[in-house]
Design a protein around this ligand. Structure first.
Ligand code: MN
Length: 421
């Protein structure tokens, strides 16, 4: 089910590449004038799965050419855990240094291997429904401390429920898509009426998301034990947030226009299989959780995360170092909770973690926390300061796992903020 840690590829994989032969993430790319196709990343290259299929290398599998020449991964994901696992392992076999099947045919290699620099990456998944959780205790505590009571920062439900809300799928875009500063209602002064206009407190949220296979029929639930079989993989996720709009609108039904103007995802979906060896234990959950949220084994994952602001001068300023291991609720618990009432999960649903903040001030996953509501501006290399995100700033998030010399990474998710339209 996994690719050996000692495996190497005959394709050059640069040192510190996120895309080792142990990773092999799936994405949708466009190159050479072809229609969008399914690809697997290796080093600085992409394996063109439609080309592999046309040359007969995938004939032992159940995939069709139509599954692999399609603008989203959904037709591949429709083959479920077993199908996608077999496809990834077959590509791993073909890329292995000790395997001569593809390596030995120079014509085939030139048909199948595409340089990432010559390809355009597209949104990998047609997202049906998008859910955003709120599962980092440190983030929830920071927000509660700033806006409510430091002594009672967590709301009474938080340690019992993986709190979440239904977001909007239509505005999920792939890395590199510029975003216009949103407009909306705000109430900057307590004693004055609301105003409307461009958001002044624009923020990012450092998150990761997982993508699901087809779940169970309406009325059935997915247990924490079963959850892994329903999760295809993960990507980086920037949940752009308009804090001033959010503050005014969120009572009583929660986030709305402050969140649905855009969310940006990284183009490669790293499979759960590739992440398996980076699993670690989660926090002790106290008070005791409901039985349907209990889980066995290590279900948290050690994924190093960072956020940069690239200012207009082109300098990269790392402003946050966090880790996905800081989650209080893991994906298995989130999926079990999401379906405990019989809600049906569909192929291509996307579920984001919520802002991932750690314990230290440099590990907070949003400007709201990093600048502590704007009271502690961050210094940029070009001499300017940031309390929130300015026009023409590019926010870049990166993430990778590393253990025993094996690196499995996500690449990056980047988005530039343009002035309001
Ligand atoms: Mn969020």
């Amino acid at each position: 089910m996994t690719i050996s840690n000692s495996a190497t590829s005959w394709i050059n994989v640069p040192v510190n590449s996120d895309f080792s032969i142990q990773n092999l993430p799936f994405g949708i790319f466009k190159a050479n004038g072809n229609k969008p196709r399914v690809g697997i990343a290796i080093g600085n290259d992409i394996v063109d799965l439609k080309a592999l299929f046309d040359l007969g290398y995938l004939s032992s599998l159940s995939f069709t050419g139509e599954d692999l020449e399609y603008e989203f991964l959904n037709k591949v994901m429709a083959h479920g855990k077993q199908g996608t696992r077999a496809l990834r392992l077959r590509v791993g076999e073909l890329l292995d240094a000790s395997n001569n099947e593809l390596q030995g045919n120079a014509d085939h290699v030139s048909n199948v291997i595409v340089s990432q620099s010559s390809a355009e990456m597209l949104l990998p998944v047609q997202v049906g429904d998008y859910t955003d959780f709120y599962s980092s205790r440190e983030h929830a505590t920071n927000v509660g401390t700033m806006f409510r009571d430091p002594d009672n920062a967590l709301l009474p439900n938080w340690l019992h429920i993986p709190v979440g809300y239904h977001g909007r799928a239509s505005s999920i875009v792939v890395s590199g898509t510029p975003i216009h500063r949103p407009k909306g209602q705000q109430k900057p002064n307590e004693d004055e009426p609301p105003v409307w206009g461009p958001c002044k407190l624009l923020d990012f949220e450092l998150e990761m998301a997982f993508v699901t296979f087809e779940g169970k029929p309406l009325g059935d639930s997915i247990s924490t034990d079963e959850a892994d079989d329903y999760i295809f993989g993960m990507c980086l996720f920037n949940d752009w947030s308009a804090r001033d709009i959010q503050k005014w609108e969120y009572v009583p039904l929660g986030p709305f226009l402050a969140k649905n103007f855009a969310s940006t995802v990284s183009p490669w979906i790293v499979t759960l299989d590739a992440l398996e060896q980076f699993r670690i234990p989660g926090p002790v959950q106290e008070p005791k959780i409901q039985s349907y949220l209990e889980y066995k084994g290590n279900k948290h994952i050690d994924i190093k995360l960072e956020v940069s602001i690239e200012t207009e001068t082109g300098e990269d300023n790392v402003i946050c170092n966090s880790n996905y291991k800081h989650m209080y609720w893991n994906m298995n618990q989130q999926l079990a909770h999401h379906s405990v009432n019989g809600c049906n999960i569909k192929c291509g649903d996307m579920m984001a973690s919520g802002t991932i903040s750690g314990l230290t001030e440099d590990s907070y996953g949003s400007m709201l926390e990093l600048s502590w509501k704007g009271t502690k501006p961050l210094k940029m290399k070009d001499g300017s300061e940031r309390k929130f995100i300015q026009d023409n700033d590019t926010v870049i998030m990166r993430g990778h796992c590393e253990k025993d010399g094996v690196r499995v990474g996500f690449g990056e998710v980047a988005g530039k903020i343009l002035p309001a339209k």
